[in-house]
Design a protein around this ligand. Structure first.
Ligand SMILES: Cc1cc2nc3c(=O)[nH]c(=O)nc-3n(C[C@H](O)[C@H](O)[C@H](O)COP(=O)(O)O)c2cc1C
Length: 381
């Protein structure tokens, strides 16, 4: 029982460096998986585009799938493609969230170039797109322009931007000016926020019930469980997905208390522990931010990703932690009533399609999430 309680306390932290001390703890950190954060700003093969892209790969993406591939074969251009093997067919059946992640990547690439005074003009879906699923047509074409660019003040926060899954400090409210400044980064899209206690309680409840539906919908739950990497060796082998790291996680895995198989057994202690571990995230949401678009075409989804990234950076700059709660927004049939409930709660402030819904609050900065190195994301001729 004691062990289970400990497990619940730590799993809630998402990527966790457990409190265990000594050299063993240090050696269990997935350092290679985090190396791209330190490598950002470096150049490959003398090609300045790789320096911008080394920042872009730090973008947030659903389940940390990092669905980007870049084609650098045309000089002074970057063609962004999707890696079709990195989609989430059960929780993201129309690739909407994957497209949002690609939008965040684009915005970071643009900002990194601007930092050097270079204008990257972004044309999203130059050859058109399908709304049912992404395909091999480019997500975007980025062209180096002669016009000088102005650096973006948000860029300074890139290396400390995180998705924070920790329990937030319930004694600290997020101020109205902070929320306004964060939401302002999502303009001209329709962004809104609330820190009103009654409304936050209602939104916490809708979001949590959506998570319960997700965890009890076999295809959706198993898609996430399959992408859970437990311990250093798994994270280093596949630096993506949902990572559970640190000596305590590895210890629990060794004793059989933590396993993908256990999580996937509905009604089992392992499955229940996975749910319980996430509850504090919902209970400690201190404010919510949402980003909606007029319509839901691919260009709108890319814009939502760019806006989310900017809002996340603005929050970082103000010391505000952020975590999306995407379950209620997902399109599989079991989730339809949750989405309707959420839209109803946000009405009339959210328009056609709510693209991102995130909690805000205060918590210590977690470790960086894993990344595949840039070299693995460049299309080989
Ligand atoms: C479209 C989208 C949806 C996301 N949904 C969730 C979510 O529901 N819960 C969550 O904890 N993180 C969510 N995230 C955050 C990713 O899991 C996170 O970006 C990724 O793990 C990389 O971590 P980082 O943002 O700290 O770099 C989402 C990100 C994107 C772009």
């Amino acid at each position: 029982m004691k062990t289970r309680r400990k497990f619940l306390t730590i799993l809630g932290g998402g990527v966790v460096v457990a409190a265990a001390s000594g050299a063993w703890a240090l050696t269990r950190n997935p350092t290679t998986a985090r190396a791209p954060w330190a490598a950002a700003g470096q150049i490959l093969d003398g090609d300045p585009r790789t320096r911008w892209l080394s920042w872009a790969i730090l973008a947030p993406s659903p389940h940390n799938r990092q669905p980007w591939i870049v084609d650098l074969r045309i000089p002074d251009e970057i063609t962004l493609l999707v890696d079709l093997n990195r989609r989430l067919p059960d929780t993201d059946p129309f690739d909407r969230q994957i497209t949002i992640g690609l939008g965040a990547f684009l915005e970071l690439a643009r900002m990194a170039a601007a930092e050097e005074g270079v204008t990257l003009e972004v044309e999203a879906f130059p050859d058109g797109a399908d709304t049912a699923s992404l395909d091999l047509r480019p997500i975007a074409r980025l062209k180096v322009m002669t016009k000088a660019a102005t650096p973006d003040p948000l860029f300074q926060h890139v290396s400390v931007r995180r998705t924070n899954r920790a329990t937030f400090d319930v004694s600290r409210a997020v101020s109205q000016p902070d929320l306004e400044a964060i939401a302002a980064e999502a303009i001209p899209l329709r962004a809104g926020f609330s820190a009103d206690a009654t409304e936050v309680a209602r939104l916490r409840d809708i979001a949590w019930r959506a998570m319960v539906i997700e965890m009890n919908t076999p295809a959706a739950a198993i898609e996430s469980i399959d992408l859970t990497r437990i311990g250093r060796a798994e994270i280093e082998a596949n630096p993506d997905g949902i990572s559970l790291s640190g000596p305590l996680m590895e210890g629990l895995a060794l004793t059989g208390l933590l396993s993908r198989e256990g999580m996937a057994q509905f009604g089992s202690a392992g499955h229940q522990a996975m749910m319980d571990a996430q509850k504090p995230q919902f209970d400690t949401a201190m404010a919510f931010l949402w980003i909606a678009t007029d319509g839901n075409d691919r260009v709108a989804q890319v814009s939502a990703g760019r806006a989310y990234l900017r809002a996340n950076l603005a929050a970082t700059g103000r010391g505000v932690a952020m975590q999306p709660f995407s379950q209620a927004l997902q399109e599989y049939s079991e989730m339809a009533s949750s989405y309707a409930e959420l839209v109803n709660a946000l009405a009339p402030r959210a328009s056609d399609r709510v693209q991102m819904f995130a909690r805000l609050g205060y918590a210590p900065l977690p470790a960086q999430s894993p990344r595949w190195p840039l070299a693995t994301r460049i299309l080989k001729a």
